[in-house]
Design a protein around this ligand. Sequence first.
Ligand SMILES: [Zn+2]
Length: 148
Amino acid sequence: MRNIKYIVVHCTATAQTASVESVKRYWKEKLNWKSPGYHYLVEPDGNIVQLLDEDKPSNGVAGYNSVSMNVCYTGGIDRNGKAVDNRTEEQKASLVFLLERLKEKYPRATIKGHRDFSPDLNGNGVIEPSEWIKSCPCFDAEKEYKNL
Ligand SMILES: [Zn+2]
């Protein structure tokens, strides 16, 4: 069993209509990844797809994958490719369900958004929007899930 320190929330940064297969194909063919980016993917209808065994590391956050469980929802950008929190109600409910289950299994893990792993460039102890490497998952996951 891996020592899970973080449960990291992501968005696919694709249209909400992107299929699980197209996301997997992108990792394999465009990025040449041997492992999926996330352990779980939540589709717009709330369906949860497991892409990888929890005991194997996925490609979610460079440098943290061995100690992370990566969870993702399909979406996160608008028609112009701009970051937006467009989670459906079904996705929100499934994310809470999934995160609660993972938190039960890995009680010492902290839930964070991908962007919370950006470097604190000005060293004030807060990862500010101007410091985000990317906006993924396009909402404040730390804050929204702090009571899980
Ligand atoms: Zn991400």
